[in-house]
Write a protein that binds this ligand. Structure first.
Ligand code: AKG
Length: 280
């Protein structure tokens, strides 16, 4: 869809973000030492009310519009989609197409949490992606994110924000606590041929239902999965992925080499591209 048509059909995505909302995106969220310890131990954490009120309503609106703009041309029914696509509608790099989403993704409130949890001096954006699980959508297969990313650092983290209440029956996330301490264990091909990872078969999992505005952060090494959406409503979630400033690019052969975040990089380069700005 051309830019003018997008601007005409989705005006809110191109309007100036109200200052009250920008402030909500940039007000620090303070973590206690117990929360920092919990993340270090478990490799994930749930944080309540990271957004509330008008800011939450606004974000739900703009992400919903952005997902609609991206997915509207696809008229396939759920059952006509691939197994991977039945796990969620995946809409990445929304910040770069839609200025309203960019203000959210660049929010220092969220990047500040990532910085504190990873205990680093600075964080960069890896990428954003909305993950909407359609009514009837299947499980998200268990995996470790870092097995897909050519980042030479164990310090990556994903913020997963619920834009609506996400109980188990709507497809909330489930984590294997402590699995971030195992290193990269197992590649699961969630795109074509998912399997239950050997390493997690016997492990305890923790189910994390969220209310709208709550988030989880999980390390790129933590095994996680999500339940199917057994409701008749969309599971609306937005994610932002961060990595430690100074991390290098591991490989041109990696599965994610075509991601915009990797454009122009050679093995060993510091990851510092137009798509991976330092946020805080
Ligand atoms: O939203 C989901 O269903 C899965 C999310 C996920 O795997 C992730 O954010 O790393």
């Amino acid at each position: 869809m051309g830019l003018n048509i997008l601007k005409e059909n989705y005006p809110v995505l191109f309007e100036e973000t109200p200052s009250e909302i920008k402030q909500a995106y940039n007000t620090p969220y303070n973590l206690s030492s117990i929360q920092l310890e919990e993340y270090s131990e478990n490799g994930f954490i749930k944080l309540n009310k990271v957004l509330e009120g008008n800011a939450l309503k606004y974000v739900r609106k703009i992400i919903g519009e952005a997902v609609k703009a991206r997915t509207e041309p696809d008229k396939r029914k759920l059952e006509e989609k691939s197994q991977f696509e039945q796990s969620f509608l995946q809409c990445g790099y929304l910040a770069w197409d839609f200025p309203a989403v960019k203000d959210f993704v660049f929010g220092k409130r969220f990047a500040g949490i990532a910085k504190d949890l990873m205990k680093v001096n600075g964080v960069r954006l890896w990428h954003d992606q909305a993950l909407y699980k359609e009514p009837g959508g299947r499980i998200t297969d268990c995996h470790q994110d870092e097995s897909y990313w050519p980042i030479d650092s164990e310090l990556t983290t994903t913020m997963w924000m619920a834009l609506v209440d996400v109980p188990q029956e709507k497809g909330c996330m489930r984590f294997i606590p402590g699995s971030h301490k195992w290193g990269i264990k197992e590649y699961v091909d969630i795109f074509e041929q998912p399997h239950v990872p050997e390493s997690v078969k016997e492990e305890n999992r923790i189910t994390v239902p969220l209310e709208a505005g709550d988030v989880t952060f999980h390390s790129g090494l933590t095994f996680h999965e999500a339940f199917p959406n057994k409701t008749r409503e969309m599971r609306e979630a937005m994610t932002v992925i961060y990595f430690e400033d100074g991390a290098t690019f591991t490989s041109e052969d990696n599965r994610s080499k075509d991601h915009k975040s990797c454009w122009g990089l050679k093995r060993g380069d510091i990851i510092d591209t137009q798509y991976t700005p330092k946020i805080i």
